[in-house]
Write a protein that binds this ligand. Structure first.
Ligand code: T4K
Length: 373
């Protein structure tokens, strides 16, 4: 390729639309600390997600940490090894012990049939991830949580715009975390949110994102700073009306990859066949490279594409239990499905503005590497 093709590129809205919000910042002179644009975005997202509570934060990771603190979890939390570092670090940084549950091969989310065996008297919560926006087994997970009196916090970083039976996926569990990082389908440059029903959580979430301060005279908790600022909110307000169009464009890119790659033996899992009732956001385009059928490994594909200036990503490899900072603690833990996914997964470029011609070229390069070619 003449120009570099990355796994993603942030969406930048028409600049004059962003400028109009910036003009409001110049007028208010309020740059951060719960300003009017943050409050406006909070309201708009509540409507967009049909969510009772949306609490905006500086980024998704801080939001996740605040969810863990605000729910006052202790002991062990059952989570997935097939995710971004943030999910596990949010637990470890708060003194909790992550307990890893294997994933299911169909969609790479936590295997609900393996959760109960991992529950001990120290377990206080389950933290699954809707990887690539694929919905976890939300009903089964809820039933287990109720049976054992556990909280459920979803890492819903990838799910903005995904609906299950018309309901926003971010409204499941006790709390869900959304990431609005620049690389996400919907972004506020950096940013994130907690979505929940129980309004009584707001007091602690608000305190933890603002140094534990409850009023001018009272500092009640040991908290940090995780407030979203007005420029982030301005970007979020500008981007929100474009969502429907952005998702439509990505759907066409996804359909093009699928059409081109479905004939290639050994390239699987590029959108799991799912139950009906799911509206996807097409945030990622993950494929699995089965070396036995394809004739080459995932890394062969990754490096061959890199040579052509196509920068795919191995989200998520290494899996968490193979990280240098965790591996000593998790030797002997058996996670065969996650291990295999980590070896075979490759996320192909998908972003608004990616030309369909480029999608076809990438697919052809992959097909040409196959042993059937
Ligand atoms: N939980 C899950 C499951 C997550 O996936 C994430 C974040 C989190 C929690 C935490 O949420 P945040 O605290 O981030 O809100 C990226 C993102 O930084 C990260 O947000 C995301 N997950 C993760 C899956 O991907 P990297 O290290 O791969 O990013 P980077 O800088 O290599 O960017 C990827 C490509 O995007 C680059 O090759 C080029 C392009 N790019 C990126 C940026 C930032 C641009 O063209 N322009 C840009 O400004 O982590």
């Amino acid at each position: 390729m003449e120009e570099n093709i990355y796994v993603t590129r942030p969406y930048l809205p028409p600049k004059q639309e962003f400028d109009a919000y910036c003009n409001q910042i110049w007028e208010s002179n309020q740059l951060t600390n719960h300003g009017p644009l943050v409050l406006q975005l909070q309201q708009k997202l509540q409507e967009y997600l049909s969510a009772e509570q949306v609490n905006l934060m500086v980024n998704g990771h801080q939001a996740l940490e605040i969810a863990v603190k605000g729910l006052e979890l202790t002991g062990e939390v059952i989570t997935t090894p097939f995710t971004f570092a943030s999910t596990t670090h949010a637990l470890t940084l708060n003194g909790l012990t992550p307990v890893f549950c294997d994933i299911r091969a169909t969609d790479l989310t936590m295997d609900p049939d393996k959760i109960e065996d991992l529950i001990t008297e120290k377990t206080t919560a389950i933290m699954p991830v809707h990887v690539y926006g694929h919905p976890c087994a939300v009903e089964k997970i809820q039933a287990i949580a109720e049976k054992y009196n556990l909280k459920v916090i979803y890492d819903a970083a990838h799910t903005f715009g995904v609906r299950k039976d018309g309901r926003s996926l971010a409204t499941y569990g006790d709390v869900s975390m959304l990431s609005f990082h620049a690389t996400k389908l919907y972004h506020t440059i950096e940013g994130g949110a907690l979505v929940y029903r129980d309004a009584s959580y707001t007091r602690l979430f608000d305190a933890y994102k603002n140094f534990g301060i409850e009023s001018e005279e009272r500092v009640s908790y040991v908290g940090g700073n995780a407030k979203m600022n007005e420029f982030q909110a301005a970007m979020g307000l500008t981007n929100l009306p474009h969502m429907r169009q952005l998702i439509e464009e990505r759907k066409v890119i996804t359909q093009t990859y699928r059409r081109e790659l479905q004939k290639v033996q050994g390239i699987t899992g590029f959108y799991p066949e799912r139950e009906t009732g799911i509206e996807y956001n097409y945030a990622y385009f993950p494929i699995m490279v089965d070396p036995a059928l394809f004739g080459r490994t995932r890394d062969d594909v990754y490096f061959a594409l890199k040579k052509k200036n196509i920068f795919t990503r191995r989200y998520f490899w290494p899996i968490i239990t193979d990280f240098d900072c965790y591996k000593n603690q998790y030797q002997g833990v058996s996670l065969p499905v996650a291990e295999r996914a980590g070896q075979q997964i490759l996320c192909l470029p998908i972003y608004n503005g990616l030309k369909l011609e480029t999608v076809e070229q990438i697919s052809t390069l992959i097909a040409q590497m196959s042993k059937q070619y």
